[in-house]
Write a protein that binds this ligand. Structure first.
Ligand code: NAD
Length: 331
């Protein structure tokens, strides 16, 4: 029996799983594989070097799947300012109708998408930001806990509390993000009032993920203690894999007087350098995002195998909880 939620109905998908935007990873091959498998695949706009390249990526994704997919646009500090409006326009003009937005000051972007009849899933790390996004007109919130890869905000609220707070406060559908990698997590998210889950790190270790095999193996071998926060002192905290470069960044930030982004950190943390990790397979070459759920990942399945398994596991957990109710009733 498929798990039908407000999310699956709204997006026209079978499994309530969204593949979160991932810099250098959210490319057509992965997004299409996730959508083909029944979830929502997402292309990461800024992974493409220009809005024109994003148009080509959208066309390529459409060639690979006829199922719905979305585009992620993340508004955070960058070394070179991207043409956010240009990426948004290119995607809308190419007919994309589902967007994942994240980061700071998304109002203009959200208004543009809503004016073009798009569905907007907005990622937030606090209830305050979630409420503000509701006022901007988003359709779904992606509630991103402390466990997440990439940028968790500065408040450090773990998913368990943040999602329960979302259940108390939010009147629109939300999905659970940060720390999710299996069916047990999906069942837990549903119990916390979510209409589905968002997964990033889990999808990095799939057959269709475009990253080097060594990095997929590194993910499988890693434990839940293998990530670290960088940029804490710059109020742009990011959870990344704990390696030679991220350890050095944290050391520099902890020096008396802290670290200056331009002078001390820029060359170490540049996304262009991080991208090469995924190409050369050297886990210590640069910074790469990973969430705490890395400790849950034990294999490299296809996206189809993964989503089928998650669906089945979640159903089993929900069923076993129903049985608990029956046992209780008999006492
Ligand atoms: P980049 O090379 O421009 O920057 C590398 C890292 O340094 C990023 O985490 C960025 O936020 C941070 N940074 C840049 N300038 C900074 C400053 N002045 N002060 C503090 N921190 C600063 O980034 P990139 O790898 O090319 O990625 C492009 C954008 O996408 C960044 O904003 C990044 O944070 C964001 N991102 C998106 C996703 C996603 O899923 N869409 C994932 C990871 C990062």
């Amino acid at each position: 029996m498929p798990i039908v939620t407000e999310l699956t109905r709204l997006l026209g998908i079978r499994v309530p799983v969204v593949q979160g935007g991932m810099q250098w990873v959210g490319v057509p091959a992965l997004a299409a594989a996730v959508s083909q498998a029944g979830g929502l695949g997402i292309l990461t706009a800024l992974t493409q070097p220009s809005p024109e390249a994003l148009r080509a990526a959208i066309k390529e994704t459409r060639r690979l799947t006829q199922k719905p997919f979305g585009v992620n646009i993340t508004l955070l500090p960058t070394i070179n300012p991207p043409d956010y409006a240009g990426y948004a326009r290119a995607a809308v003009e190419e007919g994309v109708r589902i967007f994942e937005t994240a980061g700071n000051n998304p109002k203009k972007l959200i208004e543009y998408f809503k004016a073009n009849n798009c569905i907007v899933i907005h990622k937030c790390t606090t209830i305050r930001h979630a409420k503000s996004a509701v006022r901007m007109g988003v359709d779904v919130l992606s509630i991103d806990g402390y466990e997440c890869a990439g940028h968790p905000g500065e408040e450090d609220i773990p998913g368990l509390v943040l999602l329960a707070r979302a259940a108390q406060e939010l009147k629109i559908p939300y999905i659970a993000s940060g720390g999710f990698a299996d069916g047990r997590g999906l069942a837990a998210a549903l119990a916390l009032g979510s209409q589905g889950i968002n997964m990033g790190t889990r999808f990095m270790a799939t057959v269709e993920s475009p990253i080097h095999e060594n990095i997929k193996k590194t993910i499988v071998e890693a434990s839940e203690t293998d990530t670290v926060h960088i940029f804490r002192t710059l109020h742009n905290t990011a959870r990344v894999f704990k390696n030679a470069v991220s350890t050095e960044v944290v050391r520099l930030e902890r020096r008396p007087g802290g670290a200056d982004f331009q002078k001390d950190l820029k060359d170490l943390v540049s996304g262009q350098r991080g991208r090469l990790v995924y190409e050369n397979g050297d886990k210590d070459y640069g910074i790469w995002s990973a969430g705490i759920c890395i400790g849950l990942i034990k294999d490299i399945p296809t996206c189809e195998e993964l989503l089928d398994r998650i669906e089945k596991e979640a159903e089993e957990v929900i069923e076993s909880m129903n049985k608990l109710r029956v046992v209780k009733a008999k006492l």
